[in-house]
Design a protein around this ligand. Structure first.
Ligand SMILES: [Zn+2]
Length: 401
């Protein structure tokens, strides 16, 4: 790694719109000059001049001759992987997942299930940054080569103001503190939206769809939207709160304080709640012993029980999946997406959650709309969050998010 981009200089060097447009196109794929000229509506000499400057400044590189059948083989150009590192971090309850990628988005290192209980206090955020810095230094990364950090957080996050409402530090946006402590540009976002971006940019159908919905079924329930080729944030960055869609007539109080939110019927926390109810009613389960001993059942316990084919855990997951399928049917009717991706930790339940979701979609969505919609699992799974965070950090750094 050369660490080719000079961090302080980035805004100055991306001094015209065409350079930004070239980078915007090249984050998805590589191009030859004549194709760039056509899609950007700029002359070949103009594209060549700007491309040459982008190469000189370390953003782009000549990837060699294109492999085509016959004819002249033009050189193709793409982002320069050696430009520097990007770090993506997915913060969860009491732990985080982190990836380090090169500038092209290739994963260099993965750090999974690292323990840290991030709280909404300044000293906790500083401690978190110190842990991140120490891990990276230990693995040979020097701060000058780290171009940007992407950090995704649960709850309401406004990426523009840099404020997280779950990690509210009072008078300072958390983004400012993170940048001060980590010494590089930091982009923060809501976890479901970052997962959406990760799946869209780096997943199995990367770059192939323009309209996509990502459902994050974890302890809570969230979603992200790619609409007409862009991530959709909403006016204040709060889009995608499907977990708090007033959907159910169940008289259940949600953690947001309202009653009947979708999350009270089909999130990991809701399903675990239903399992506990069944255990209280005397149903036999592999979770019975732990529960009867007075120990707290965790989300991991639920996932393990599903994987071990525990009947109560499967039954309650299927019931949650049916509710979620009906809700997704509504989303399909509204958005007419090309792709719906089911991700988040509960997607590890595979068919036990996917089958009832599919049945709900089939039953409640309009057939004419559904027939063009593909529904699949997240291909990145636990890496969707940190990869999305890293890719958002790159786009934010380049001013093209
Ligand atoms: Zn709610």
């Amino acid at each position: 790694m050369d660490g080719r981009i000079i961090k302080e200089d980035i805004a100055k060097r991306l001094d015209n719109r065409l350079k930004s447009e070239i980078l915007r196109k090249c984050i998805y794929r590589d191009y030859c000059i004549s194709d760039l000229s056509k899609i950007l509506g700029a002359s070949i000499p103009t594209v060549t001049k700007n491309l040459t400057e982008l190469i000189y400044d370390g953003f782009m590189t000549d990837l060699g001759k294109q492999d085509t059948s016959g004819g002249r083989r033009p050189s193709i150009y793409g982002l320069d992987g050696r430009a520097g590192f990007l770090v993506g971090i997915d913060v969860m309850r009491e732990q985080y997942n982190m990836v380090v990628t090169d500038f092209r988005g290739k994963i260099i290192d993965t750090f999974e299930w690292c323990k840290y209980d991030l709280k909404d206090r300044l000293e906790s955020v500083r401690g978190f940054c110190a842990t991140i810095r120490a891990t990276l230094e230990e693995h040979g990364y020097v701060s000058e080569e780290i171009l940007a950090y992407g950090i995704d957080l649960t709850g309401r996050v406004n990426p523009t103001t840099g404020i997280s409402y779950s990690y509210d530090l009072g008078d300072r946006p958390i983004k400012d503190v993170l940048e001060e402590e980590l010494g590089a540009i930091c982009h923060i976002d809501n976890d479901s939206r970052a997962m959406t971006f990760g799946e869209w940019m780096c997943g199995g159908l990367a770059g192939k769809v323009k309209d996509m919905i990502f459902i994050n079924v974890g302890w809570g329930l969230g979603m992200g939207m790619i609409l007409d080729g862009s991530i959709y944030c909403g006016k204040s960055g709060f889009s995608g709160e499907i977990g708090h869609f007033p959907f159910l007539d169940n008289n259940q109080i949600c953690q947001c304080g309202k009653i009947g939110c979708l999350e009270t019927g089909c999130s990991g926390s809701a399903i675990l709640g239903e399992v506990k109810e069944a255990l209280n009613a005397g149903r036999a389960s592999m979770l019975s012993a732990k529960y009867k001993a007075g120990e707290e059942l965790t989300f991991d316990d639920l996932i393990e029980a599903i994987k071990a084919e525990d009947v109560v855990a499967i039954e309650k997951t299927e019931e949650g999946g049916q509710i979620l399928g009906r809700a997704i049917a509504g989303l399909i009717n509204i958005f007419n997406p090309e792709l719906v991706v089911i991700g988040g930790r509960l997607s590890a339940a595979k068919g036990y959650i996917m089958d009832p979701i599919m049945s709900g979609i089939k039953r409640y969505a309009l057939n004419l709309i559904t027939r063009d919609t593909k529904v699949c699992y997240s291909s990145l799974m636990d890496k969707a969050g940190p990869m999305g965070a890293a890719m958002e950090a790159r786009s934010s750094l380049l001013g093209i998010l």
